[in-house]
Design a protein around this ligand. Structure first.
Ligand code: BMA
Length: 320
């Protein structure tokens, strides 16, 4: 990679990418991608979306000491779609993990008999699970919980799809007093229009991270091209106390498919993160993403650098 280009990049790809692929699995699977991420007992844990050769996905655990190398896959740990349940009839996908107290709340997409929907399960160890059921009906996905409440209500970012086409797919915010009943629903971030990289369709990446400046969001924006959809990433910042207030949004995308492993696969031209981990220094951030719906990769960045970038681009707000 040309050094001048690399220096401009906000995220640095790990040179050992992809860190996990189908061939690493003991059993024959089609693809492994879009992992949720958490720190569990001092190790980095990825909850991988594993697409089996049936076409249906389940969630499988892999762990590593340093979050980059030495991944150990444990096919007995994770979450399987519940058989006989229409809500998970065609698998479960794209988990986002939020730690609340000593539990991990995993919001995932259930590929139901009626379309993709948002479900929740919680666990302390990724072995034993309590299913909390469907949070939002189809079609809805790209959802994650905030780790704290706002005036006693939990917050959930999600991406419903309007039945009427041409109106855009935007990111929404809903609240709940008990993690079961959701309301106070409003649009949080609109997809831009026209020629922008994030026109018409956006969705949350990993769960929001609380920073000194507010809640940091990483979201994907989709551009339709003659040869398919391009999934790239942008940033936004929400008010710490009132997350319905958007303080800043990047104008330009900050990470997009470039390397061969992001350009070649089942769905070329896709980077799709569902997890990130802020390391103990409070600044190093590891972003875990699926590349081309085929493999798992990691990129590193600095939290301070992301926030500086957002502050330098305040005009991103409300630009349509
Ligand atoms: C989205 C989700 C992701 C997938 C992406 C690109 O709609 O379904 O799971 O990675 O499309 O195919």
């Amino acid at each position: 990679m040309n050094e001048r280009v690399e220096n401009r990049e906000i995220y640095q790809r790990f040179e050992g990418n992809p860190i996990l692929r189908a061939a690493d699995f003991p059993s024959a699977v089609n693809a492994v991608f879009n992992p949720g991420a958490a720190e569990v007992e001092g190790r980095t844990l990825l909850l991988l979306r594993v697409e089996h050769r049936s076409g249906l996905s389940s969630l499988v655990v892999a762990t590593s000491e340093n979050g980059l190398t030495g991944w150990e896959i444990d096919e007995t740990r994770g979450l399987q779609p519940r058989s006989g349940l229409d809500e998970e009839k065609w698998g479960i996908e794209d988990p986002r993990i939020t730690r609340i107290g000593d539990e991990y709340y995993v919001v995932y997409v259930g590929f139901s008999a009626y379309g993709p929907l948002v479900s929740l399960a919680k666990t302390k160890d990724f072995d034993h699970w309590e299913r909390c059921g469907v949070l939002l009906p189809p079609e809805d996905k790209d959802a994650a919980l905030f780790p704290t409440t706002f005036n006693g209500r939990w917050g959930l970012i999600h991406r419903p799809v309007p039945a009427m086409s041409g109106l855009g797919r935007h990111m929404w915010l809903s609240f709940s007093p008990d993690l079961r009943h959701w309301g106070e629903t409003r649009v949080l971030l609109e997809a831009r229009r026209g020629g922008h990289w994030d026109a018409n369709k956006i969705g949350l990446g990993p769960p929001p991270i609380l920073t000194k400046d507010g809640w940091l969001l990483c979201y994907h924006g989709v551009r339709e091209t003659a040869s398919g959809s391009l999934y790239r990433l942008g940033l936004a910042l929400l008010d710490r106390d009132d997350p319905s207030k958007v303080l800043a949004r990047s104008n330009d995308w900050v990470f997009g498919p470039r390397e061969p492993y992001e350009q070649l696969g089942d769905v070329p031209g896709v980077v799709f993160p569902c997890g990130w981990i802020l390391r103990d220094d409070g600044d190093t951030l590891h972003l875990y993403y699926g590349a081309a719906d085929s493999v798992v990769c990691v990129a590193e960045t600095s939290l301070a650098r992301l926030l500086d970038h957002l502050k330098a681009e305040p005009s991103g707000l409300g630009l349509n």
